[in-house]
Each structure stands twice: as structure tokens, then as C-alpha cells.
Ligand binder design. Structure first.
Ligand SMILES: Cc1cc2nc3c(=O)[nH]c(=O)nc-3n(C[C@H](O)[C@H](O)[C@H](O)COP(=O)(O)O)c2cc1C
Length: 174
């Protein structure tokens, strides 16, 4: 599928069906993230795959932004290995870990779309509740959740999906 068509097909799914997501599809989604570029190839991200009943119950209790998806990826990065640009005099504390994790998440989101799955990128949670529920991420920076599953039959894009600014509002030719 043409990338613009794929981009139009993707929308934030907030109601998932209970249909199981095939393991091969999860593997492909993770592979798309693995192939994504990161600053200086630092690959400081760590993705936690939440799919067991026990782990899903924990994430559902920690945040409604998990939308009862059958798979939730918790995307983190490690400050110890993320890209820093000490030569940047404007942003001397620049840490590329968040941007890199977002690039990885975007690649996974679009691969999931290509595979006919729905996704929701979530950041509207209280991080503390997620850190409390998952001590495994205590030394990492939590960037986002990526909820994944087959959309429910009555799932449809919210009106925001169709509200994009004109290019003239977001681009400037110099
Ligand atoms: C960084 C980021 C954080 C987001 N956090 C949430 C969230 O916590 N809850 C939610 O329902 N949607 C969340 N969204 C989805 C956006 O609201 C959505 O992408 C936007 O309104 C455009 O709609 P569309 O994805 O259907 O095209 C988030 C999206 C991004 C990119």
C-alpha cells in the first residue's frame, strides 16, 4: 500500500475486539521497530510486551489509556545509553532517547496498520501508577504506550482524525 494511503488508513482505535493478535504479527511489529533509525544508532529503547492476563490486568488498572487492548507495548529508553549532544550550545542537556523511542513507536504503529491491526499511542496516563505496577521499568524512562489489537466492529475514527491543519500553517519555506 502507498504510504499516504496507509497514513490515511491509520487512526486512533479506542475500542478493540477480543480477537487474538497472531504471534507472527507481533513479531513483525517488533521487527519494524528494530529496523527504525536512532541517533548515532544508540538504540537505547526497551519495549515491554504486555500480553499475559496478569500483565494486562495490571496495565488496565494503572491507566484507562490502555483501552483494554489485547496487546500493550510499553516503550521506554535508557538514559545511560541514549544519545547526548554535548556539542549543542543551545541545548547542552539534549537527550535523544525520547525522540528515538518515538521513531521506533511510529515504525511499529505503521507496521501494525499495514497488518490490518488498530493502534492507540497513549501518553495521557499518570506515569507513577505505571511505575508502581511495573517495577521492571524503574531504571528506565517511560515514553508511551502503544495499544494494539483488532478494532472492534463498531470502532471508527474520532472527529479529530479528520482535523489536520493545512500545510501552509505548519510549513515555512525559507
Ligand atoms: C504522543 C501522543 C500521545 C497521545 N496520547 C493519547 C492518550 O493518552 N489517549 C488517547 O485517547 N489518545 C492519545 N493520542 C491520540 C491522539 O489524540 C490522536 O492521534 C489525534 O487526536 C489524531 O487522531 P487520529 O490518531 O485518529 O488521527 C496520542 C497521540 C500521540 C501522538
Amino acid at each position: 500500500m502507498d504510504f499516504i494511503e496507509l497514513s490515511k488508513k491509520r487512526y486512533s482505535v479506542r475500542k478493540f475486539s477480543s480477537q487474538k493478535v497472531e504471534d507472527e504479527k507481533i513479531e513483525k511489529i517488533l521487527e519494524a521497530g528494530r529496523l527504525a533509525p536512532t541517533a548515532k544508532n544508540s538504540q537505547s529503547h526497551k519495549i515491554f510486551i504486555i500480553k499475559s492476563k496478569d500483565a494486562l490486568e495490571k496495565i488496565y488498572s494503572a491507566t484507562p489509556m490502555s483501552y483494554h487492548a489485547p496487546i500493550v507495548l510499553m516503550v521506554c529508553y535508557d538514559k545511560k545509553t541514549s544519545y547526548k549532544n554535548t556539542a549543542d550550545t543551545h541545548y547542552p542537556d539534549y537527550d535523544g532517547g525520547g525522540v528515538d523511542a518515538a521513531i521506533v513507536t511510529t515504525a511499529m504503529m505503521m507496521e501494525a496498520t499495514e497488518l490490518g491491526l488498530g493502534t492507540l499511542w497513549a501518553r495521557g496516563y499518570d506515569s507513577q501508577k505505571i511505575y508502581d505496577a511495573f517495577p521492571q521499568i524503574k531504571d528506565l524512562e517511560l515514553v508511551c504506550l502503544l495499544d494494539i489489537g483488532y478494532p472492534a466492529e463498531d470502532s471508527s475514527p474520532s472527529e479529530r482524525h479528520f482535523m489536520r491543519k493545512e500545510l501552509s500553517e505548519t510549513t515555512v519555506e525559507l
